[in-house]
Design a protein around this ligand. Structure first.
Ligand code: ZN
Length: 272
């Protein structure tokens, strides 16, 4: 999908444009039967129309640049790692404020690993992050398109590709390749090193990073492959016409990072 073929209208249709959503919310209201059925939920708290401010209503300063977004993320992670969580933006008031529109300040592409939930380890709340997760942060069109959506439609100034220590997906892909797996498409069903279902797609996606790590010939292969994968994924995203245009204009930064399972700390690796 090139930028020239990607009209704003496409994205607006895709996302349910803010203005349209606001209009519908205003028109539809609560169904009349709510008056005759006391069991139905009460009306939501009244909130002012925040569409002009993108729905942002936190007490923090608004994020206006990639650097400010990076700073807020890292401050949140420092709180998490130091066990000083403030759990921001998780109140009913915040929920009401972002119900009309959203203005997340960062996109996180992370692993599906249950120990690496972005909202928790960056100590943020509702409406703060656009999160995409796949095993080993492997890209496909839906993943890349989702990140493009965040940049193009929501004007998010920062993309973080977040790898992590002892990634099970990377380890499994290393094992699969050692046993002759990693078939393109991954449609083979078990046996002889072939992965069932679509697991081969994940293995194939991680293959370049694993081969790169092997070529280094030293250190922990899984750790090196994870780092190589973060680097290659950042490079791949920079090829997106949507994202590269935003980067060239200075509106967007794409960075790579590593999460340490033991310490809880996120370390920036590339692009900062
Ligand atoms: Zn993982």
């Amino acid at each position: 999908m090139s930028e020239s073929t990607l009209s704003r209208r496409d994205f607006l249709r895709l996302s349910g444009a803010t203005a349209l959503t606001t209009t519908l919310t205003g028109c539809v209201g609560y169904p009349p039967m709510a008056e005759s059925n006391p069991d139905l939920a009460p009306p939501p708290p009244q909130v002012s129309d925040t569409s002009s401010a993108g729905g942002y209503s936190g007490s923090e300063k608004p994020v206006n640049s990639p650097q400010e977004a990076l700073q807020r993320l890292m401050e949140g992670n420092q709180r998490f790692a130091a066990n000083r969580l403030i759990n921001p933006n998780r109140t009913p008031e915040r929920r009401a404020a972002v119900a009309r529109s959203q203005k997340p300040f960062a996109t996180i592409l992370g692993c599906v690993d249950s120990r690496v939930p972005p909202e928790i380890l960056f100590d943020v709340g509702l409406g703060d992050l656009l999160v995409i997760r796949s095993a080993g942060e492997v890209l496909d069109e839906a993943v890349t398109g989702s990140i493009e959506f965040g940049s193009f439609e929501l004007q998010i100034p920062l993309v973080v590709v977040l790898g992590h220590e002892r990634c099970g997906a990377v380890k499994a892909a290393i094992d699969a390749l050692e046993h002759g797996g990693g078939h393109q498409g991954g449609k083979k069903k078990g046996g002889h090193g072939a992965e069932p279902g679509d697991l081969g797609y994940i293995v194939q996606g991680l293959r370049p990073a694993i081969e790169k790590a092997r070529s280094w010939g030293m250190g922990d292969i899984a750790e090196n492959a994870m780092r190589a994968n973060v680097s290659l994924t950042v490079q791949q995203l920079k090829k997106s016409p949507v994202l590269s245009a935003a980067e060239e204009s200075g509106r967007l930064k794409i960075v790579g990072a590593r999460y340490d399972l033991d310490s809880g700390a996120v370390e920036m690796l590339f692009g900062v």
